[in-house]
Write a protein that binds this ligand. Structure first.
Ligand code: ADP
Length: 265
């Protein structure tokens, strides 16, 4: 893009000339644009369920007032739209919190195997509902690393939940924890958590953009599943805060693997 400058003109005393100062404000402008874009996105995301809910309130007052079945139907939709707004607000708060702490590296040692196992156990019900087999490997013994336990739990939950959601009904999701003596990306010893599904996969052109806020491959599908479009953006920030690496590999038609590498010291 073109660079943007703030120009200030300071006339000096008579006969001494003028000072012309150019301040490069390109980065500042870009940050401002990103912020406005984010606010526009958030407003849009909130307005959609709000419009639906207020529309249904009208319907319930009017045409559906004496129709018990229609009433029940509309109330159900209102309930799910409300839940989605809740999730969106929760995710926005998580994102803000993670961005605030991004410079503070966690120092307390945590058992990542236990965190991962618990995250998977909590999603067992969702997997059962979608007839997905959920396998967890490598969590039998403790694997210690400096970590923020709540944030790592959120990373594992988001990745496993996505694998269940997008991995195809009746599919299989495998979560594996392994340790490496030396990971070149971490420049030291680390652990790797890989979440693999056998779903439809993701086309290469989307891979680089998945961690952008509100980026969705299939907007309609993500919303239908109750997604906020913020899950992977949150994952990316938390992984950054842990000085880790997120890798996404996918073969369309075969499935995807989201893996997180974290330093163990
Ligand atoms: P969402 O709330 O939409 O799930 P995310 O940030 O978690 O938001 O994911 C962004 C998008 O990445 C999703 O809308 C989906 O299109 C895609 N995606 C994420 N995980 C997977 C996966 N395991 N398989 C296929 N697509 C995925």
């Amino acid at each position: 893009r073109e660079r943007l400058y703030d120009v200030s003109i300071t006339p000096l005393d008579a006969g001494m000339g003028t000072i012309l100062a150019f301040d490069d404000v390109t980065a500042l402008e870009e940050a401002g644009e990103m912020r406005s874009e984010f606010v526009a996105n958030v407003s849009h995301e909130l307005r959609t369920p709000l419009t639906a809910i207020s529309g249904f309130v009208e319907t319930l007052r009017g045409p559906a007032r004496d129709d018990a079945a229609a009433r029940e139907h509309f109330l159900k939709i209102m309930e799910s739209e409300t839940r989605r707004m809740h999730r969106l607000v929760d995710d926005l708060l998580s994102l803000a919190k993670v961005e605030d702490t991004e410079g503070l590296r966690p120092t307390e040692q945590q058992d990542v195997a236990e965190l991962l196992l618990n995250a998977a156990l909590n999603l067992q019900g969702q997997a059962d509902d979608r007839l997905v087999q959920l396998h967890v490997r490598g969590c039998d013994a403790p694997v210690m690393a400096p970590a923020d336990p709540d944030q790592l739990t959120q990373v594992f939950t988001n990745l496993i939940e996505n694998a269940i959601k997008y991995g195809g009904s009746g599919g299989e999701v495998t979560v594996t924890l392994s340790q490496v003596q030396h990971d070149p990306r971490l420049r030291g010893p680390g652990l790797i958590v890989a979440v693999t599904d056998k779903g439809e996969g993701i086309d290469e052109r989307h891979l680089g953009r998945l961690t952008e806020r509100f980026y969705r491959v299939d907007d309609h599908r993500s919303r239908g599943m109750g997604g906020t479009g913020l899950g992977l953006a949150i994952v990316k920030h938390i992984v950054n805060r842990h000085r880790g690496r997120l890798r996404i590999e996918s073969t369309p038609g075969q499935g995807s693997t989201f893996s997180v590498a974290l330093p163990t010291r």
